[in-house]
Design a protein around this ligand. Structure first.
Ligand SMILES: Cc1cc2nc3c(=O)[nH]c(=O)nc-3n(C[C@H](O)[C@H](O)[C@H](O)COP(=O)(O)OP(=O)(O)OC[C@H]3O[C@@H](n4cnc5c(N)ncnc54)[C@H](O)[C@@H]3O)c2cc1C
Length: 402
């Protein structure tokens, strides 16, 4: 592509900014389709990413099977509790989730992109992006690059989103996490079990996830205004029975860009030459803040749409917007409704689910990819309406009396 002022500028078919899961998958798919791809990553892999590293088992449908070499634990049991108490567990013969360390998982995916033929430059932070009718221009700490298409995969604080999608301002929610080394998984935590607690974080939840020789301990806040994730994290670490006797360090904070509701849906994820994927597109699920699955899925969707466009099958990139609107947003809308109930009425929600553990078992089927949020909700709401209304009435009466 010859453009005025571009003498000596390296021009590619596609530049991907950010090489987390979304960017690495998009780069892999595009390189496999035969396009020249440049991935620009501000850090060097393997790099630490603040994250629980929980992959819902449905990720099996998206990734090549060799990713299993970086799985550290397979989850068959979920312990669901309220403020460290009233715990119960559900078990599943099939995996519900897989645990990875993001250092290894992300480095593995980036290597796959390289193996597919993508050029990846690490330690090369993108400073500015520009788009015009002829293409996109990217300026980094080391140079300038041009491309026909740009993929913004640069995470929750996306520079690409801020620069090329100025009206797109979703809400970021606070989360804190740390990985604590352990000699062995605590005896109070059975093999392949995760802990989810909805009683200790106002408007959110806390977790303990097992890895090979570590535990991921963290909290996420998704609702409410008086947010203080660090304080919630400390409270959880001090009170969680599984962590007794373990020296858990201070956690690190990082935002989670949850699906932004109707306002977010109105704002497109494409321009003439650019797309947003993963966290940059606010595609984290409202119930658990799960973002890796959606980062991989949106990276794949975006790549397929770019391939069609570069092969002149489609005149623009709008098919990506349509696919996200048709497949992901309807799921997130239902998930957002569920999250509202769960985090506004955590104690009642916990009691309802404790009475009806099959609800949690059914939710595990969503994580396995056998139910959707929509099918789950339709089935779960039938059985819970009465219990929920009953418990809500009891709680109101108790509050009125006290
Ligand atoms: C505390 C916490 C716990 C979480 N736990 C889970 C979990 O258990 N399971 C789950 O599914 N999700 C979890 N998430 C969400 C998950 O981490 C994200 O949804 C996921 O990482 C999104 O992937 P991504 O590729 O879009 O972005 P990222 O993984 O954030 O990757 C973006 C990449 O872009 C790079 N970058 C940023 N800016 C630039 C720039 N200007 N130039 C070049 N490179 C740049 C970054 O260095 C990074 O490598 C958690 C999040 C938090 C905060």
């Amino acid at each position: 592509m010859a453009r005025p002022g571009w003498a000596g500028v390296n021009v590619h078919d596609v530049i991907v900014v950010g090489m987390g899961p979304a960017g690495a998958i998009a780069a892999t798919e595009l390189a496999r389709a035969g396009f020249s791809v440049l991935g620009l990553e501000g850090k060097a892999h393997p790099r630490y990413k603040v994250c629980g590293g929980g992959l819902s088992a449905r990720i099996d449908r998206l990734l090549d099977p060799d990713y299993r070499s970086v799985i550290e634990d397979t989850i068959h049991r979920v312990r669901f509790q309220f403020a460290g108490a009233e715990a119960f567990e559900i078990a599943s013969p099939d995996p519900i989730a897989y645990m990875v360390m993001r250092t290894r998982f992300d480095a593995f995916l980036v290597q796959k992109a390289r193996d597919a033929g993508a050029q990846v430059c690490e330690n090369e932070r993108v400073l500015a992006v520009r788009e015009d009718a002829g293409g996109v221009e990217v300026e980094t700490e080391r140079g300038r690059y041009g491309a026909r298409i740009l993929v913004g995969a640069d995470g929750a604080n996306s520079l690409v989103a801020r620069s090329l999608f100025p009206g797109r301002r979703g809400r970021l929610w606070g989360a804190v996490e740390c990985e604590v080394g352990v000699q062995q998984i605590p005896s109070g935590l059975g093999a392949g079990t995760i802990v989810l607690d909805i009683g200790v974080v106002p408007g959110g939840y806390a977790w303990v996830f097992p890895k090979e020789a570590r535990l991921s301990v963290g909290i996420a806040e998704f609702h409410g205004s008086g947010r203080n994730p660090k304080r919630s994290y400390e409270r959880f670490v001090q009170g969680e029975p599984v962590l007794t006797g373990i020296d858990v360090p201070c956690g690190m904070g990082h935002p989670i860009p949850l699906y932004g509701g109707a306002a977010g849906e109105r704002m497109p994820l494409t321009t003439n030459r650019s797309l947003l994927v993963g966290d940059a597109a606010h595609l984290a699920d409202p119930v658990l803040g799960e973002g890796i699955y959606y980062a991989v899925l949106s990276g794949k969707m975006a790549a397929a749409c770019i391939v069609d466009h570069l092969r002149s099958v489609t005149p623009d990139l709008l098919a990506y917007d349509a696919q996200v609107a048709g497949e992901l947003y309807p799921e997130f809308r239902v998930a957002a409704r569920m999250a509202w109930t769960l985090y506004r009425f955590p104690q009642i929600s916990h009691r309802v689910i404790r009475r009806r553990p099959e609800i949690l078992e059914l939710y595990a089927e969503v994580l396995k990819g056998r139910e959707t949020y929509r099918s789950f909700y339709a089935k779960a709401k039938m059985g819970t309406k009465d219990s929920f209304a009953h418990l809500l009435k009891d709680a109101c009466l108790a509050a009125f009396k006290s």
